[in-house]
Write a protein that binds this ligand. Structure first.
Ligand SMILES: [Mg+2]
Length: 149
């Protein structure tokens, strides 16, 4: 099995940002990143098992982009990770430039922070799509492990 370096995004991939967004009052939904409480996001269905598998077999980092203007969110993301994924201690990268990450796979639901220019495989995640959710993502990673891609 090939050991891969894998970067995993937080919001929309392991943290349920959408659910928190829907709970905001309507006048705050235009820029939910400026209002959502990052410390209390739920985790996304399937993420716990998927991250556990990936962390056991590969080198995993979390790569997330907190809103620049909300300094507290940078700490909240660190605290959130410790609560839900304590095995990922010291594996958090906060950046607005995901194209600068060097590794094999980037699992991310956004394309606005350099994801399309990531030099490895960018898995464009979407929890609601059968071919882009955690099940599909793990199938993709298993093909990479076996060097089928
Ligand atoms: Mg995201």
């Amino acid at each position: 099995m090939k050991k891969l370096r894998i970067f995993i995004d937080m919001d929309g991939v392991i943290a349920d940002f959408d659910k928190a967004k829907k709970l905001l009052p309507e006048n705050k939904q235009g820029r939910p990143d400026l209002h959502v409480d990052y410390l209390y996001l739920d985790y996304i269905q399937g993420a716990e098992e998927a991250v556990e598998y990936l962390n056991k077999h590969h080198e995993v980092f979390i790569a997330s982009t907190p809103p620049w203007s909300r300094i507290q969110c940078w700490a909240d993301k660190r605290a959130w990770l410790e609560r839900w994924f304590p095995d990922l201690k010291r594996k958090l990268i906060l950046t607005h430039r995901k194209d600068l990450l060097i590794g094999d796979v980037l699992i991310d639901d956004s394309r606005y922070r350099g994801q399309p220019d990531f030099k490895g495989h960018w898995f464009w995640f979407n929890k609601d799509w059968e071919n882009k959710n955690w099940k599909a993502c793990l199938e993709f990673i298993k093909k990479l492990e076996n060097e089928e891609i």
